[in-house]
Design a protein around this ligand. Structure first.
Ligand SMILES: Nc1ncnc2c1ncn2[C@@H]1O[C@H](COP(=O)(O)OP(=O)(O)O)[C@@H](O)[C@H]1O
Ligand SMILES: [Mg+2]
Length: 146
């Protein structure tokens, strides 16, 4: 099957759970396993949190855009902000790198996204914003269980 959706919401942390649940609900159409669902909710949370706290630095009047597409058994998720952008994407992707150590950030958000998804592409322009595009092929074994 093929399907897609886009939602846009204000950059407030209360919307992190909205984003997680919206994606989980959307992809439930293709019967993901519990593990796949948990992993996907985690990566959505990480990327949306990054947009809110790093991209918009907690300015609540900005918008985060989230798109999700289903192509057969592959899902694609895009999280986009028009915030401050990332100066050095390679450095930002390094495990444990955080620009906000004083906030007790773990610096593991991008590493988690890379581990849980098959493909993570980060496009960012300082002063323009950041787009995180991720893909994952779901397993077909679940078809046997459902
Ligand atoms: N949407 C974004 N806008 C601006 N900077 C970002 C964004 N996402 C990530 N970053 C930068 O990349 C760094 C690493 O992100 P991440 O791995 O999630 O760690 P953490 O969020 O714990 O700092 C952040 O500290 C921040 O400097
Ligand atoms: Mg993070």
């Amino acid at each position: 099957m093929r399907n897609e959706m886009t939602i846009e919401f204000l950059s407030i942390s209360e919307n992190e759970s909205l984003a997680r649940v919206a994606v989980a609900s959307f992809i439930s159409q293709i019967n993901p396993t519990m593990e796949e669902l948990t992993d996907i909710k985690t990566v959505v949370s990480e990327a949306v949190t990054n947009a809110i706290i790093h991209g918009y630095e907690d300015n609540p009047d900005q918008k985060v855009r989230l798109s999700c597409a289903i192509n057969g058994e592959e899902i694609e998720i895009t999280i986009q902000d028009e915030g401050r952008g990332i100066d050095n994407v390679d450095m930002a992707r390094e495990p444990l790198y955080t620009s906000k150590p004083e906030w007790e950030r773990s610096g593991m958000g991008f590493t988690i996204m890379e581990n849980f998804m098959d493909h993570v592409e980060i496009t960012s322009e300082p002063g323009e914003g950041t787009t995180v595009h991720m893909k994952k092929q779901l397993t077909s074994t679940r078809a046997l269980c459902n």
